[in-house]
Design a protein around this ligand. Structure first.
Ligand code: BTN
Length: 287
């Protein structure tokens, strides 16, 4: 690591930065694969043994000027978080937990599409390692194997109200259950890992490099042709054309209908008694 990459503030004792591991290995793999690559995902990396949440560090780094594509990677999070106030925990040395700082050109009201592109990227990347087992995407941002979750994403933003896109940032946090072989009993029925699904250990740096690579492609494509990215998402969409219930993210209400696809801005299209409606947040369950 050179001096420019070093964090500007002194680190707390528990926040030990590491200079090896899957994130750096993934970057080396990509640099070797594409000599002189222009890609930005993972060009700058900060990796740690233990952090509260990689999203927290990425948000701080974004505020301090992190470039588009900068990655914060950690082996262990003590306060990893998921959507809708849930926690995300993953054991050290077995999984992948990281956050990417993105400085989107897209207008903030289309930022949900970043999650859509990231789901396509993660699902396609994971499939390269799990074939013939295939992943599916559960709206909005869960990656499933056999109806169990193996990967989740959390999109958080900084400076959405800023006029210039350069001062806006989105943090895309991704957690993948890679070589995990046990889960706490409360989540065990809904959780999957790539190891449990395939019966073999996955090389984490190789998988991370594939995710960086696909993410780069999917985000580029999003700017050129968001409809094409949406189509790729729908091809992998869990519950498509099936009855489902959407529990609203805010409040206690829910609505039932048939999953009809993905809306133009990344919302869920649900065919209800009142016609096709678009929803932008919530939790889908099968009915
Ligand atoms: C979800 O499924 O609800 C989203 C899970 C997101 C987990 C990742 S792990 C890396 C990043 N840091 C966090 O605290 N959360 C995300």
């Amino acid at each position: 690591m050179n001096a420019r990459e070093r964090p500007m503030r002194p680190m707390a004792a528990s926040l030990r930065e590491i200079t090896g591991g899957p994130a750096y290995e993934a970057r080396r793999l990509l640099d070797a694969q594409y000599a002189g690559r222009q890609g930005c995902i993972g060009k700058e990396i900060r990796a740690y043994d233990t952090v509260t949440s990689t999203n927290d560090l990425a948000l701080e780094w974004a505020t301090a000027g992190a470039p588009n594509g900068a990655v914060v990677y950690a082996e262990l999070q003590t306060k990893g978080r998921g959507r809708m106030g849930r926690a995300w925990s993953a054991r050290s040395g077995l999984n992948l937990t990281f956050s990417v700082v993105l400085r989107p050109v897209l207008a903030p009201d289309r930022w949900n599409l970043i999650t859509i592109a990231a789901c396509v990227a993660a699902s396609e990347a994971i499939d390269r390692f799990t074939a013939p087992v295939c992943t599916q995407i559960k709206w909005p941002n869960d990656i499933l194997i056999d109806e169990r979750k193996c990967c989740g994403m959390l999109l958080e933003s900084a400076g959405a109200g800023q006029a210039s896109s350069a001062s806006r940032a989105v943090i895309l946090g991704i957690g993948i259950n890679v070589n995990e072989d046990t889960f706490p009993t409360d989540i065990e029925p809904q959780a999957a890992s790539l190891l449990l699904a395939t019966g073999h250990t996955i090389h984490r740096a190789h998988l991370l490099a594939a995710v960086f690579d696909r993410l780069e492609q999917a985000l580029d494509r999003l700017e050129e042709d968001a409809v094409a990215v949406g189509k790729r998402y729908m091809r992998r969409m869990y519950n498509l054309n099936a009855p489902a219930e959407l529990r609203f993210a805010h409040g206690s209400g829910s609505v039932q209908g048939v999953v009809a696809g993905l809306g133009e801005a990344g919302g869920l299209l649900l065919a209800t008694g009142e016609g096709i409606q678009t929803f932008h947040a919530g939790e889908v369950t099968t009915v």
